[in-house]
Write a protein that binds this ligand. Sequence first.
Ligand SMILES: Cc1ncc(COP(=O)(O)O)c(C=O)c1O
Length: 441
Amino acid sequence: MSNTDISNNIDAFWMPFTANRQFKNAPRLLVSASGMHYTSHDGRQILDGTAGLWCVNAGHCHPKIVEAIRAQAGELDYAPPFQMAHPKSFELSSRLVTMAPGDLNHVFFANSGSEAVDTALKIALAYHRARGDAGRVRLIGRERGYHGVSFGGIAVGGMVANRRQFGTLFAGVDHLPHTYDPKSQAYSRGQPDEGAELADALERLVGLHDASTIAAVIVEPVAGSTGVLIPPKGYLERLRAICDKHGILLIFDEVITGFGRMGTAFAADYFGVQPDMMTVAKGITSATVPMSAVFTGGKIYDTLIEATPIGGIELAHGYTYSAHPLATAAALATLDVYREEGLFERARDLSPYWEEAIHSLKGARHVIDLRNIGLIGAIEIEPRPGAPMKRTYEVFTGCYAEGVLVRQAGDIVCLSPPLIIEKPQIDRIVETLRKVLEKVD
Ligand SMILES: Cc1ncc(COP(=O)(O)O)c(C=O)c1O
């Protein structure tokens, strides 16, 4: 099929988060995948430097996960999750809570990161109300945070491009400042030394709104989608302490950082900071079937359950596809793969090599900062004067032409490969970037 044939046939599809007209002029289609590679529509092997969208942690089309989905589709296609259930939803929940940090011993299922975020925000509000503290209705997010695209997610999110088209969102939301300061943090390896005090902005918001009106704070432990902003040393600990002081719930959005991306099961483990709730998605099924979840601690679950008489529905919330049989089968197989292949440990062991590789780009043309943590990397590129994002878009398309998939976030190239990546593949990603940066104006 030539490019012209494709563009003639692709008008009907309104592509998400895509420059539709630009894309349709020169489409990039992926038609199959295996392990670390995609195959493009023009028959090229594309090395996946981004695990799809930070999600294919076990590598593409893992035979064990594929087989589990195939078998499940033939055995039980669907079971309603309201007032009914199927066995794998319990099995998966039990497995997940044994992996979760601290007392996060209950799991609520949804289908996407956005839905998990909405679910967690709703649980926070319902929890305070059940405690008799119904005045706690404010939600606090953070600038440059990404929590998906539902109204809840964009309200607490901090990306203006995702907010400005959609009116007033909802009332009672405020934001912490983001944690990135290039002056003190540029070229940090792992967590920057400077910036823990940025968490004190929460005290200012408490001073402004009063703690008695604030239900929860939601942050990504490592902000991913706005270009990999790594929390300064001590920042998350300080946020935790301020939340504790004022009875505010702390939600970690681990949609990207969950399931091995940091070399630990969750970023909460990596940083040693315990959230009251945790949202996960993506890596839970290695992206094979859409699934997400919210982990909650016993105090939240027990409070909500006990607030309603037996026979009453304790949380008026759920999705037709919560704990879908195909998703639970995929997740169970994915967790097996993570354990049997030691993929979280593999990510941990590879991360020093990864760090060296990313930072070897210091001095490369157009590079103004480099960041890394776990198997996450970011290359910040100096924008072309008067044309933000253009140069970085050309880096993205240039890498794709060279057979390497990277991700553009504004003027930052983000990297987050499947956890099965080999060292020569890390070298290839970095050398491709160096070559393309040299060529791009
Ligand atoms: C931290 C975070 N939260 C939520 C989401 C939204 O997930 P989804 O696109 O599955 O709705 C994302 C997606 O990248 C994310 O990175």
